[in-house]
Design a protein around this ligand. Structure first.
Ligand code: FAD
Ligand code: DHB
Length: 389
């Protein structure tokens, strides 16, 4: 079997890249380890930057997003019970759109299926070969048989624990990492959201986030220790803890209900450099991770996809490799700014087990500064809506 681009991973990065390539007439095949249902059952991000929304429209999958996505003009930060609105629209003239990653993935899967483009779900033991030369190949097991596929390029869209980055010879990629001493316990519930905009709250008991998926479905998170088990959290315990961490007026509006999903995600900052080795390109979580506090993970995956898609289009349509050669540097420059923003929001809003009274005063001073300075709020707002590509 032969194709132009093999994409490893059918998360949002892989599916979006595949969709954009297919629309340009560039052949691609996706190899995904899990089943389509499993991929769709993962509840993750919820906030899309305008650049991500634009790219989804460009990929021809914007119809349901335009219909069901919720445009948000702002969000609130809460610190020790005080609320500070960040007026995204007023400060930057831009908005964000609340639309779940699950919905993005579903729209992309449906478009791919309608176009009849090949995807191998439940492709086991994917291995990469000869990607430092001109003729890369991949082998994988599908329906019990070992298969091989040759290609021009490999897009490593297989997430943080994938095989692509791990296949690069050690020493060829430098990595930078910070692991945070806590995770987020998330809960999805079919009840109207507690507030009409997102609330990111810091409290003496730890961080909490009130988010949503629609007018009737809410997504909530609370910071928990790294060794915490989901089983230890009944729905009642979750809602009690959430209410204790958000300002009174928000707590009063939280409507509990049976959880549709509950899971814990660890928090990590991670960047691999460069994002290219030979004919292998790393995209999205395969190349970098941010803690979810800035809502940047999915949006960075989309900006990587835009850079790589344009580079591959140039390669095939214009016979120029300038974009491919520039891919890593362009993507990494944008990634680091989001890494910095997500790290600073994480530091501001979370309770660190080792924090001293001095650290706590610094966090309070930072919040006071935000509350008094249009310049400081503008900086938060322009990062939150997404820096230019
Ligand atoms: P992924 O979505 O991880 O997709 C990678 C795909 O590759 C998966 O389908 C996987 O099964 C497949 N794969 C892996 N290994 C192989 C292999 N060897 N062979 C074939 N296929 C393979 N971001 C936010 O902004 N807000 C959030 O609340 C948020 N919550 C998150 C919670 C969790 C638990 C995680 C892990 C991430 C979260 N993120 C969040 C980040 C955001 O979801 C990611 O940035 C986004 O999913 C990145 O998309 P991706 O396609 O690059 O990677
Ligand atoms: C959601 C997740 C985030 O990490 C975030 O910053 C905002 C919203 C969400 O899942 O809704």
């Amino acid at each position: 079997m032969r194709t132009q681009v093999v994409i490893v991973g059918a998360g949002p990065s892989g599916l979006l890249l595949g969709q954009l390539l297919s629309r340009q007439g560039i052949d691609n095949v996706i190899l995904e380890r899990k089943s389509a249902d499993y991929v769709l059952s993962r509840i993750r991000a919820g906030v899309l930057e305008q650049g991500t929304v634009d790219l989804l429209h460009e990929a021809g999958v914007g119809a349901r997003l335009a219909e069901e996505g919720l445009p948000h003009d702002g969000f609130s930060l809460a610190f020790e019970g005080r609320l500070q609105r960040v007026d995204l629209k007023g400060l930057t003239s831009k908005q964000v759109t609340v639309y779940g990653q699950t919905e993005v993935t579903q729209d992309l899967m449906e478009a791919r299926q309608a176009a009849g483009t090949t995807t191998f779900y439940e492709a086991e033991n994917v291995q990469l070969h000869d990607f430092d030369g001109a003729s890369p190949r991949l082998s994988f097991t599908f329906e019990g048989k070992r298969r091989e596929i040759a290609c021009d390029f490999i897009a490593g869209c297989d997430g943080f624990h994938g095989i692509c980055r791990a296949s690069v010879p050690s020493g060829a990629i430098e990595t930078f990492e910070r692991v945070y001493p806590f995770g987020w316990l998330g809960l999805l519930v079919d009840q109207p959201p507690a507030a009409h905009e997102l609330v990111y709250a810091s409290s003496p008991f730890g961080f909490a986030l009130c988010s949503m998926r629609s007018q009737t479905r809410s997504r909530y998170y609370v910071q928990v220790p790294l060794d915490e088990k989901v089983e230890a959290w009944s729905d009642a315990r979750f809602f009690d803890e959430l209410r204790r961490r958000v300002p009174e007026e928000v707590a009063a509006a939280v409507i509990p209900g049976p959880s549709l999903e509950k899971s814990i995600a660890p928090l990590r900052s991670f960047v691999a450099e460069p994002l290219r080795f030979g004919r292998l390109f790393l995209v999205g979580d395969a190349g970098h991770i941010v803690p979810p506090t800035g809502a940047k993970g999915l949006n960075l995956a989309a900006s990587d996809v835009r850079y790589l898609f344009e580079a591959l289009r140039e390669h095939y349509a214009e016979r120029s490799d300038a974009g491919l050669d520039a891919y890593s540097a362009r993507a990494v420059a944008r990634v680091w700014k989001a890494v910095r923003f997500s790290w600073s929001m994480t530091n501001l809003l979370h309770l660190f087990p080792e924090a001293s009274p001095f650290d706590q005063r610094i966090r309070r001073a930072e919040f006071d500064y935000l509350a008094q300075s249009q310049a400081a709020l503008t900086s938060v707002a322009e990062n939150y809506v997404g820096l230019p590509y």
